[in-house]
Design a binder for this molecule. Structure first.
Ligand code: S3P
Length: 431
């Protein structure tokens, strides 16, 4: 276990950061690169533990992938049928995105594939993907309750499906799109709520076609994709730590460069605007995945109510909204967020437990939180704990800055899962 002394606030955060590449888009760029014809190059790839799992899995499947400090080059296999039988289980580590998307992408291979993961991933539900994939003809055998480790058995046929997703999940949707591309006939999906659409956008960028109308998606079977040059925008979920820090650490002003602004991901900005935050967006680029620079300065926030409709657009940022709510005037109620219970940790539990150590007035509900704001957070006396969850670790680092605290963080290394340069970036804004 790595325990570290958290960075202390000197005189606010100041300066400009280039935000590391988007995790969701980085994973998908390797997946589409692997099934495409020819070479794919990916700039500003996120070299974090999770994305390295996806690279390792495709290398084990015989895909040639080269990396430099900021770029990935993938020599595509030209479809789904040229992968090699991996000689050991694919180790998904902590990565839910790798696991769920690969289950769909690899559901029609001529050999068995085993998948394993770390303790946290081995507790996370896969039923939500396994069940519809089984309806399509995938042969998956997993431990009790459909948990990792599992075996994806050799299977040469997938049937189409007409499926209403019971959970709002981009991972499940993406797995079914990737399986639907390999089915006999078109697949129809209806989302519960609209979730991030990076798979749909990237599929089109690689020359495929997909029909989308609101929550309805139609996937036509196809296996011919063309290698591309992808430039990954900064991850808004990583930028979010510095957005909330910039708002809530007194005397701060930060500029976050080229942050992805895909409308299915900007729920954090909408929520903070509703809390009264003012920020500036400049240098916008209008690629398939739009991006822009965000400038934030410290200011007073007000409480907000978030419901199930709001959650998919900021699902990974709810812990940060909870933190911001401790500093806002009034009472914040977050409901319809039960998906947080099946993330890398039960984030309703871990956010409540950890923020209470700093004096937050926060109570959990089965599907969210009630937070009475206007609390002066104090330094935690006992060590804070990420519980092995990258986003909880970084949220607590921001909380400690807001508190002017001298806290310690246990399991700090979890942060490498999505943001290996996080501590350097905090230090840069303090210099
Ligand atoms: C992701 C989707 C979300 C998100 C995760 C990444 C993706 O998960 O929480 O960090 O890349 O598709 P769910 O689809 O389970 O909500």
């Amino acid at each position: 276990m790595t325990t570290i002394a958290l960075p202390q606030n000197n005189n606010g955060l100041h300066g400009t950061l280039s935000i590391p590449g988007d995790k969701s888009i980085s994973h998908r760029s390797v997946m589409f690169g692997a099934i495409s014809e020819g070479r794919t190059t990916v700039d500003h790839f996120l070299f974090s533990d999770d994305c390295l799992r996806t690279i390792a899995a495709f290398r084990a499947l015989g895909v040639k992938i080269e990396t430099t400090s900021d770029q990935v080059t993938i020599e595509g296999k030209g479809g789904f049928d040229q992968f090699e039988n991996p000689d050991q289980p694919l180790d998904m580590g902590n990565s839910g995105t790798s696991t769920r998307l690969l289950l769909g992408l690899l559901a029609r291979q001529p050999f068995d594939i085993e998948m394993v993961g770390d303790a946290s991933l081995s507790r996370r539900p896969l039923n939500r993907v396994i069940e519809p994939l089984a309806q399509m003809g995938a042969q998956i055998s997993a431990r009790d309750n459909n948990l990792l480790p599992l075996t994806l058995h050799a299977n040469r046929r997938l049937q189409e499906i007409d499926y209403q997703l019971p959970v709002a999940s981009a991972q499940v949707k993406s797995a079914l799109i990737l399986a639907g591309l390999q089915a006999d006939q078109p697949t129809q999906l209806t989302e519960k709520l609209i979730t991030r659409d990076h798979t749909e956008k990237m599929l089109q960028q690689f020359g495929g076609s997909i029909q989308q109308e609101g929550k309805h998606i139609k996937v036509t079977p196809q296996s011919e994709f063309q290698g591309q040059h992808i430039s990954v925008p900064g991850d808004i979920s990583s930028a979010a730590f510095f957005i909330v820090a910039g708002l809530c650490v007194p005397n701060s002003k930060v500029v976050l460069q080229q942050v992805g602004l895909n409308p299915t991901r900007t729920g954090i900005l909408s929520a903070l605007s509703k809390m009264g935050a003012q920020f500036e967006i400049s240098n916008e680029t209008a690629a398939s995945e739009p991006a822009g620079d965000i400038t934030i300065h410290s200011q007073q926030l007000q409480a907000i109510n978030l419901t199930d409709q709001d959650i998919p657009g900021l699902v990974d940022e709810v812990p940060l909204i909870a933190l911001a709510a401790t500093q806002a005037t009034g009472t914040t109620v977050i409901s319809g967020a039960e998906e947080l219970r099946v993330k890398e940790t039960d984030r309703i539990e871990t956010v409540t437990e950890e923020l209470k150590k700093m004096g937050a007035d926060i109570e959990q509900r089965p599907d969210g939180f009630v937070i009475n704001g206007g609390t002066k957070l104090h330094s935690a006396v006992e060590p804070l704990d990420s519980h092995g969850d990258h986003r909880i670790g970084m949220m607590l680092a921001v909380a400690n800055l807001i508190a002017g605290g001298t806290g310690q963080l246990q399991h700090a290394d979890a942060i490498n899962i999505s943001y290996p340069t996080f501590w350097q970036d905090v230090a840069q804004l303090q210099s």
